[in-house]
Design a protein around this ligand. Structure first.
Ligand SMILES: [Zn+2]
Length: 178
């Protein structure tokens, strides 16, 4: 599934659910939603976000970049700040470097909880709490959309590595035909 499709699904659901949750759709909230709907594919070297970050769009560059970034964040944090927030960020960056596309942290419920918690914490600290829900909707809709593809996603990673794919539409069609 392309970045544009994920972006469209994430933004569309945020707009629909904004009525229900009484969300104020500020520019910041929509940007947070757009970012979150693209974020899980950061484990792919040619994904939308990595197109702008990586100098070379291959697996080796992606692995090297995110592991180095994680180590640099960890070291700077250890010497200058000592924030738990940055420790977690460095750990996630290393995990992203080590995972292959749709095989690790970013495409799991655990990843969803981690990234939403990190983003939520930063939002509360810096006063943009209205972005938390759009961010969560964008992220979870990416996972839901990927679940409907052939490859599925490792939703229970790191507890179970088996991919889960949802063939619900097929079941509905079969249910209607039979
Ligand atoms: Zn994905």
């Amino acid at each position: 599934m392309t970045g544009k499709t994920h972006l469209g699904i994430g933004v569309m659901f945020t707009i629909i659910l904004s009525e229900y949750f009484k969300l104020s759709l500020t520019t910041g909230a929509l940007v947070a939603c757009a970012l979150a709907s693209l974020l899980p594919d950061i484990d792919h070297p040619k994904s939308f976000i990595n197109q702008y970050i990586l100098p070379f769009k291959n697996k080796l560059t992606k692995t090297t970049f995110y592991i180095t970034l994680g180590v640099v964040i960890y070291l700077i944090n250890t010497f200058y700040f000592d924030y738990t927030y940055f420790k977690l960020l460095s750990f996630f960056s290393i995990l992203i470097g080590l995972s292959t596309h749709r095989n690790g942290l970013t495409h799991s419920l655990f990843g969803f909880i981690c990234f939403v918690s990190l983003f939520g914490y930063a939002s509360l600290q810096y006063g943009f709490r209205e972005c938390i829900l759009p961010f969560s909707i964008g992220y979870i809709m990416h996972l839901v959309a990927d679940m409907f593809t052939n490859k599925g996603i490792p939703i229970m990673y790191p507890f179970k590595k088996k991919s889960l794919k949802c063939l619900l539409p097929l079941k509905w069609v079969l249910g209607l035909v039979i």
